[in-house]
Design a protein around this ligand. Structure first.
Ligand code: WTA
Length: 643
């Protein structure tokens, strides 16, 4: 019989005795102890969890809006992920890779093999002139070479900038142009829903006219790579030397940049430092998921997002654990694929997003019943608020009523998780993320920055000392960094999320700015509006999000054309224009052609009114409009389309 890790008491779930027995953290005292001296707490964790080559001078230095952890401490990130495990467990599996085609075999890569490949690829990068501090752009799907390339960068002190493989050539270009990468690593393509998806074509297009001198291409489809600027990943790696020393880095040097949506049209390059990020990734992964020797962790997030960085790759490796990644679509060739992967590979920690859970809820149970999910120990969720139905389904159908659900709140900016409960402490309550990670503190404030009472909604902010994994600025844009995170509340880090507390636990309700979460992907209204407005036929447009049963939210666009009326073919054209500018993840679910947009006297578009119209609510604030008559007209257009 598989172990039962949770028990129900007075309608709530708590860790069972079996869970307490294996839990790293089971005493609530950890919160108050850490709270007494958070800096000391993190200092201890840093010493215990990470190998340092030289001591830091000061554990924490804060000169807002900047702060540094372990300043001057010397380390190498790759050495912490690989070299330190080689002697003791070189033959342990570091990565399990499941390709999408069922005709291809699952590949297991040991720590030793991974180390070997990483060293060789680091030498390839060096041969191409990549030096400490240079940025390398990585545009790869979920294949082992993504991890190899990222680790190779960290080994030689280069900074990686991973771009989600489903982003378009244009989106890639913007990110390359910002970071000025000379090298781009990509693949000829990947499999998705049984089809070959091109990548190198998009990579070539995206790199055109930018700083990129060479594109290193992984031959995923097995064909030889040739072409202007192109190098074959495998050929280069075979030619390269096996030995590559680790570059000694400072804790506060940059580890990577990851672009994410802000409230303006241009994505922001979020900068993460080496030491602080490593410490937070190590401990959050170990404690949240109670990683133990022999565990297999599967975080389903793509490496193009922060969750893929921290919990598909770095967290498990820093812990000397085994991580599983899967290349393809969750329901390919059928809705049983994920569960089959869990059974076959004895996955014990499973970390996914509410949107995936909601998608699986609509499939019949027969796909689930075929497989045993007895290996599971811990279930995690991230990316958006999880509703009660999805939570209960996850608990019952996937966890068989045995496994705790760890609902983790965090952001690209925070590097690692920050609000959740621990498996050994609980309670596990639907829709409630939980408590601030020990040694960190979040409070909920009103617009004046005053803490609100229990149960009252407000803005979620982080209090000093800020967590070690927090961002270290926005790449080349200090103004944006200050404006976005520090302008509103000064001494508090502004998460832009709304939240309230219930019985001392935090419930995050979602973004309070113009950012939406579409199937867990972070997109901004402004980014989409910019993309659509760049179509020559569009005079102006407004994007709002509406709730969606599976994706959480989806974008809807209101378009004012320069001339003529819109029709189905123009709607199609605009949708494919979004594909080209950002990628299919940003596709609007509907396009409404309207003659004008509701605007205030100062010309501000009132998206709130559009949102209300879509939700069939009485729009408020019409008095402030310069063109109130447009509201009825838009309503008619919406009603007609629904019919
Ligand atoms: C949302 C993803 C509720 C939140 C790691 C945050 C969540 C944004 C949760 C960051 C959760 C993430 N409950 N909301 N457990 N986790 N969010 O940068 O709005 O892609 O601000 O990072 O996702 O999204 P990002």
């Amino acid at each position: 019989m598989p172990k039962k890790y949770i028990v129900k008491k007075q309608g709530k779930y708590f860790p069972s005795r079996e869970m307490k027995e294996i839990a790293w953290v089971k005493d609530e005292k950890i919160y108050s102890d850490a709270g007494k001296n958070p800096i000391k707490f993190w200092e201890e964790l840093a010493k215990k969890g990470i190998n340092w080559e030289g001591n830091w001078k000061k554990t924490y230095e804060e000169k807002l809006p900047y702060f540094y952890w372990f300043k001057g401490g010397k380390l190498n990130f790759c050495a912490n992920c690989l070299d330190r495990w080689i002697k003791k467990k070189g033959s342990k599996t570091a990565l399990i890779w499941v390709p999408e085609p069922t005709s291809e075999k699952t590949i297991k890569i040991t720590y030793k093999q991974l180390h070997d490949r990483v060293c060789r690829f680091a030498n390839v990068l060096k041969k191409q002139g990549v030096k400490k501090g240079d940025i390398v752009a990585i545009y790869l799907p979920m294949i082992p070479e993504a991890l190899i390339s990222m680790l190779a960068c960290t080994r030689i002190g280069a900074i990686h900038s991973v771009v989600f493989s489903a982003f378009s050539a244009d989106a890639l270009k913007t990110r390359i142009e910002d970071g000025k990468a000379k090298i781009l690593v990509t693949s000829d393509g990947y499999y998705r829903k049984g089809k070959k998806e091109d990548l190198v074509g998009k990579a070539n297009e995206g790199a055109e006219g930018t700083s990129v001198k060479k594109i290193i291409v992984v031959p995923r489809f097995g064909k030889k790579i040739s072409g202007n600027k192109l190098l074959d990943f495998n050929e280069e790696i075979e030619k390269a030397e096996e030995k590559c020393d680790c570059e000694l880095m400072n804790s506060e040097d940059t580890l990577f940049i990851l672009y994410t949506s802000g409230t303006t049209g241009k994505p922001k390059g979020i900068v993460h430092d080496i030491g602080g990020y490593a410490v937070q990734a190590y401990w959050t992964c170990k404690w949240n998921f109670n990683l133990r020797e022999g565990d297999v962790m599967w975080c389903t997030a793509d490496v193009g997002w922060i969750t893929g960085h921290t919990y598909a790759f770095y967290g498990p490796l820093l812990n000397g654990s085994t991580s599983l990644i899967y290349e393809g679509a969750p329901n390919f060739p059928n809705a049983g694929r994920w569960w089959e992967i869990i059974e076959k590979n004895k996955v014990s920690v499973f970390y996914t997003a509410p949107t995936a859970i909601r998608m699986f809820m609509k499939f019949e149970d027969k796909y689930l019943k075929k497989y045993s999910l007895d290996s599971l120990k811990i279930l995690g969720t991230v990316g958006e608020p999880i509703d009660e139905d999805a939570w209960n389904w996850y608990l019952e159908k996937i966890g068989n009523g045995r496994c705790p659900i760890i609902d983790t709140w965090w952001q690209t900016e925070t590097g690692g998780t920050l609000i959740n409960v621990f498996p050994g402490i609980g309670p596990f309550v639907p829709t409630i993320a939980g408590k601030s990670f020990p040694g960190t503190k979040h409070i909920i404030v009103n617009n004046d920055g005053k803490e609100v009472k229990e149960g009252k909604a407000g803005s979620l902010v982080q209090v000093s000392p800020f967590a070690p994994g927090m961002l270290h600025g926005v790449y080349k844009n200090p103004k944006k960094y200050i404006e976005t995170y520090w302008k509103r509340f000064g001494k508090y880090y502004d998460t832009s999320d709304g939240a309230y507390t219930k019985n001392g636990l935090i419930r995050v309700t979602g973004r309070t700015d113009d950012i939406m979460k579409v199937a867990g992907h972070r997109l901004s209204t402004a980014e989409l509006e910019n993309a659509i407005a760049s179509n020559g036929k569009v005079r102006e447009c407004a994007v709002v999000s509406i709730p969606d049963k599976i994706k959480g939210q989806v974008p809807v666009v209101f378009v004012v054309l320069k001339k003529g009326k819109g029709d189905a073919s123009l709607e199609k054209e605009l949708v494919s224009h979004v594909d080209k500018k950002i990628g299919p993840i940003a596709r609007p679910s509907k396009v409404y052609f309207v003659e004008d947009l509701p605007k205030t006297r100062s010309g501000k578009i009132m998206r709130r009114i559009l949102k209300n119209l879509l939700a069939n609510k009485e729009p408020k604030g019409l008095m402030t409009l310069v063109n109130p008559e447009i509201v009825d007209k838009i309503k008619k257009i919406i009603d007609e389309k629904i019919k």
